[in-house]
Design a protein around this ligand. Sequence first.
Ligand code: HEC
Length: 106
Amino acid sequence: MKSKVLALSLGAAVFSFGAMSNAFADGAALFQAKGCAGCHGAGGNAPVMPVYPKLAGQNEQYLLQQMKDIKSGARSNGQAAVMKGVIANVSDAEMAEIAKYLAGAK
Ligand code: HEC
């Protein structure tokens, strides 16, 4: 009985750790896989053009809202058009993962 309880709680600990590190890794992996780094640079902090924004360390809620607005067209100022085609292939859930990752990135 005692060992069964131990096995169960160990399993839960491993599972929650896995879920946490996945959430972080997913945002980072998505940022690469979706081509974001191609313009915003590695880690979102080394844009390839001076008019492209740095993203790392920005507030999570703000980042998510900007991505949604650029995707929907609500934000179309400045250079937003160059990003629209890219963000069109990113789901709301993926944007949330990326926003979480970028907010925590340096
Ligand atoms: C072709 C280049 C390009 C690619 C690829 C690109 N972006 Fe952008 N992104 C831009 C530009 C340019 C802007 C600024 C638009 C403007 O001038 O208002 C921007 C703005 C943003 C903003 C708003 C920043 C702010 O401070 O308001 C976020 C967030 C963002 N991009 C995230 C992403 C993510 C996530 C991806 C990948 C899915 C991505 N971008 C791919 C060029 C790009």
